[in-house]
Structure formats: C-alpha cells, structure tokens
Design a protein around this ligand. Structure first.
Ligand code: PEP
Ligand code: MN
Length: 352
C-alpha cells in the first residue's frame, strides 16, 4: 500500500506515519517528490488495513499497489530516479550515460591504453570486470582484487567513474570498496542473497537482465535491492536467449519504453553482449539511444584479437569515437546532451 501525504504535510506528520508502520513490524519507505510525499510499506505478509493510516494527520489517501513490485514502480514514485555519482556524472537525468571499457581487466597496460581513449571519446564511466562469471571454469576468471586496484588507478589517473562486477558476497565487499557502481551480471540476476547484499551496499547497483528473464522478473530482482534500502539502481538490457542464430542474444529494445512506463529507475542498453559481434554494436547503439535508453554500456578493446574475454564483440577505440559522434547526433534530436570529446595529448599534438 502507498500512503499519499498532503503537499503541505509536515516532517512530524510524515515521521508519525513511518513510526506507525514500524510499530506494526513493517518497513516504511518515504519518497519526497516535488508535488507530494508518498510512503510505501514493505514487509507485510497480507493486505494492509488502510483505516488506521487514513485517520492520521497529513494523510490524503491510501492507495493499494496493484503491481507485485512496489518500490521500483511508478505508482510509488512518479519522478525518475537519477543516480548521481558526483563530479557531474549522472545516470537517468537528461544527459546520456555512456559506460565503456574492456570486458575484463587484463593488465595495467591494457586498462590504461583503453581508458585513455575512452576518456578522450568523452565517456565519463569506465567498465572492466575483475571477477568474470564465465561459462567454462577453464576460461579466464579475472584478476580479482588486483584487477580492482588497477581500476582504482584508472579512476585516479583519468578521472573516470568505475563500473565493475561482483559475483558473490565476498567480491561485492571488495567491489563496494574500490568501485563506483556495482554491476550484477545477467547470470546473477536472480541470485537473491547477492541482491540483498547489494541492497545493503552504499554504492549504486547496475542490474543486468537475466538471459531469459521477463520484465516482471527484472523489476522484482531490482525490488530486492530497493527493499534492503538501496534506491540507487540502474537497469540494463543486454539481450535475451531466443532461437535467432545470427546474433549471440536478441537485444530487446522494446523493453526500454516498457520499463519507462512501469518504473522510475533508469534503463541503459548493452549492445555488446546483446549482439556478440563487433559490427552490430554501432547500429544497435544508435537504435538504443533512439528508443529512449538512458545510456549505453559498450565493450572496447585496443587489441580485441588478444582479448582474454569477449574479443569478438569488443569495438576498437576508433569505433567508439564514431559511436559517440553518431549517438550524440541522435541524442540531440531527443534533447539529450552528451559530454564532448576531449582529445588525448597525442591527438592534440598531432593536430598542431
Ligand atoms: C559483462 O558485462 O562483461 C558481462 C559478463 O555481462 P552479462 O552479465 O550481461 O553477460
Ligand atoms: Mn563481457
């Protein structure tokens, strides 16, 4: 149930409603928006009786929530969630958020070479896995904490925000310490204990859609994180399994407007895992921005033939420059700005 407060309700009145909810043994989630404050209730096993709440001062009405998810729904919060990472980097606001970098952190030389070009392209968020959930136990599993330390060096050197994956509670502790955004991968979308741990983290969470997850399942997975108190969640469409054999996955762009209607959470699109082939990344990136995504996640490698994972789908730094240019033009049609490119020292010297 959602308790809607009068626009001019005082802090004491809001707190009194929250106290009443907690006295019942439930959890209160107050969301203050420009027009009104709404208080959501979670932790109740059965239906909630509205009468005791309707009688409290400052309450306008009690609205039953019709969806299985509560906190992630638009019913609960009308305004878009904007995840603010500091230094002017936001996900879910008017500006598009582009996240780029290699699939995996392989070495200092590798991440530094890629990060320099990523930053030069005007990208503010760097990705790279230090923990890799691989289909085969014999494939490269990531550098672990050493990889996270390299990512922290990238942040210090290039001023990029770090998005990196946690695969279990132990790696999440470390990712929370070293990273700026905790990625939960497709294979872990329904790892409920990991989602709960992410919900207790103090960093935003990038939640990728599972390989065969429906939209409701994706939203319910996000609900686990919000229910634990972390409202900073970014959803990510990365393709789902279908019978199509011309592509690694089928990138479901129709999920973007569907999410925007149902949820206030930002949604970004990953055309790299969504297609699995380098040549398809740029066309699908353009389409994702056109359909209204809040950003993109793309894999970039300066030597994709030598990459330890996902080389086939990694675009080259020059392709990233082109992607940014084209996406910037499409974003402008939609009134969404994108940070400008900043030439590297070498490019600036060449131009002289
Ligand atoms: C990744 O981002 O490198 C990754 C493993 O993604 P996904 O979980 O979508 O397969
Ligand atoms: Mn990958």
């Amino acid at each position: 149930m959602l308790i809607v407060m009068q626009q001019q309700a005082s802090d004491e009145q809001i707190q009194a409603v929250c106290r009443k909810i907690e006295e019942m043994g439930w959890k209160a989630h107050a969301i203050r928006a420009a027009m009104r404050t709404a208080i959501g209730i979670t932790g109740n096993a059965g239906a909630v009786d509205a009468a005791p709440f309707e009688a409290l001062p400052g309450v306008v009405e009690c609205v039953p929530v019709s969806k299985p998810y509560k906190l992630v729904g638009r019913e609960f919060r009308e305004d878009d969630t904007i995840v603010d990472l500091g230094d002017g980097v936001r996900i879910g606001g008017p500006e598009l958020a582009i996240i780029a970098g290699p699939c995996a952190v392989e070495s200092r030389e590798q991440v530094f070479a890629i990060a320099e070009r990523v930053r030069a392209a005007g990208v503010r968020l760097f990705r790279g896995g230090a923990y890799k959930p691989r289909t085969s136990p014999y494939s490269f599993q990531g550098l672990g904490e050493q990889g996270l330390k390299l990512l922290a060096e990238v942040r210090a050197e290039f001023g990029l925000k770090i998005v990196t994956e946690a695969v279990d509670a132990e790696s999440l502790d470390l990712v929370e310490r070293y990273g700026d955004v905790i990625q939960i991968g497709a294979r872990n979308m329904q790892n409920f204990s990991l989602l709960k741990r992410a919900g207790r983290a103090r960093k935003p969470v990038l939640l990728k859609r599972g390989l065969s997850a429906t939209l409701d399942e994706l939203l319910m997975a996000a609900e686990y994180i919000l229910a634990e108190g972390n409202s900073q969640v970014i959803l990510c469409e990365r393709g789902v399994r279908t019978f199509a054999d011309h592509t690694r996955n089928t990138l479901d762009l129709s999920v973007v407007p569907a999410v925007e209607r149902l949820s206030h959470l930002p949604i970004i699109v990953d055309p790299s895992h969504g297609t699995g082939r380098r040549e398809k990344v740029l066309p699908l990136a353009r389409a994702a921005v056109a359909v209204g995504a809040d950003g993109l996640l793309v894999e970039v490698h300066h030597q994709p033939a030598q990459a330890l994972s996902d080389g086939y789908q990694s675009i080259l730094p020059d392709d990233l420059d082109r992607l940014m240019e084209e996406v910037r033009a499409i974003a402008a049609v939609l009134g969404r700005p994108l940070a400008a490119a900043q030439p590297t020292a070498a490019q600036a010297a060449k131009a002289l």
